[in-house]
Design a protein around this ligand. Sequence first.
Ligand code: 13P
Ligand code: SF4
Length: 312
Amino acid sequence: MPAAATDLVEEILDLKRQRNAVILAHNYQSGEIQDLADFVGDSLGLSFKAAETQADVIAFCGVHFMGETAKILSPSKTVVIPDMNAGCSLSDSCPADKLADFLAAHPEKNYYVIAYINCSAGVKAIADVICTSGNAMKIVESTPADRNILFVPDQNLGAWVMEKTGRKMDLWQGNCYVHVDFTRNSIARIRSEHPDAKVVAHPECTFAVRLLADEVCSTEKMVGYCRDSTAQSFIIVTESGMLHRLKKEVPGKTFLPGPTDLCACNDCRYMKLNTLEKLRDCLERLEPQIEIAESIRSKAERSVRRMLELSR
Ligand code: 13P
Ligand code: SF4
């Protein structure tokens, strides 16, 4: 690492001590952020960490809805994120007012709303329960059989859970722009170039891509799958930050990024807005902070805590 970057890391670690802060980072963050974080994980693991931390400040290196989830679970803590513009196309595809209008237009369905964690605090406040890609099957299976489920906002994750559980659900038509960029052609091509490699895909990928996968799972489960598999090489069909964690924790095996039709790998433009400089600045200034109106936060906490209880 160049001397300037080493200085920056030292500065961040100093500020972290002064602030009594914890640094949480999603698996899609850059390698340099992952390497200095206290915990790196998927949305489910990060939610557990945010709920149990004793720190005064949570510096959340991920995207906005992840920082919001931390604030929902730890309202007395200061939650800062490096860049307020780190949003999520999937979360944006289901605004809370549109969901409320849809539910009001279909009272006969008396929907039980399961919201994937990639959504705003406003949507979490409306939902009955939250899920992540790591526990979606469990959450759906624990829903009373006589209830109509509305699954929001990811149609691909929802379809995958329906395939796995056999449970019929109505699906909100949202998606993640990163994962729908992987195509049947782009993945079939790399698979034919590396016939011995296992294809591991995130459930936000389309049905056509999931059909080509040897394993479909959350980012956290990818680590265990690749570690336990007898295969030596893997094509990882998700955001490219995942490769850093896999190479670090499963040394000696080969990891290839899943390509799109245009690029050799795929970055989430929101996740990659975070930098070491912005992390240093947010710890120094304690800005930008996540704020949520208490009337929304307390309702959202009910659905997030229900998920955590069902996931233990
Ligand atoms: P995971 O919960 O599997 O980490 O996924 C989060 C996400 O944003 C996927 O695009
Ligand atoms: Fe949202 Fe997709 Fe980025 Fe995940 S990868 S944060 S779902 S835009």
